[in-house]
Design a binder for this molecule. Sequence first.
Ligand code: HEC
Length: 103
Amino acid sequence: MSKAFGLSLATVCALAMVAPAAAADADQGKDIAKRWCAACHLVENDQTKTSDQAPPFATFAKMPEFDQNKLAFLLLAPHPNMPKLSLNRTEVANLADYIRTLK
Ligand code: HEC
């Protein structure tokens, strides 16, 4: 009984720790966006031009249920002209966090 309680308490703590860490990393996501995506996408609300017809990141932010899983899924699709890049899970999560700030 007390063991089960200890476990669920640990789970709650782990979940509580995820939220602030994820929010802080939107800054890193912004760096990634500016470095790898800004040539074609509008990655900031005050960015005025790109070299491509790619949809602005703010469009993604408005998608229903946009999150890191959705972003990872979209990035799996063939991406025209995009340099081959391999973002790890953390980077995709940070990017998704940043994109959500553009709403
Ligand atoms: C060389 C230009 C280029 C670069 C660099 C680029 N993209 Fe794109 N991206 C495009 C174009 C063009 C489209 C529109 C594709 C279409 O409409 O089929 C697109 C579409 C997307 C989509 C939507 C896909 C969909 O199916 O709706 C996402 C998400 C996306 N890009 C994310 C990114 C991210 C994140 C980066 C940086 C890591 C990035 N792109 C870098 C050109 C680029």
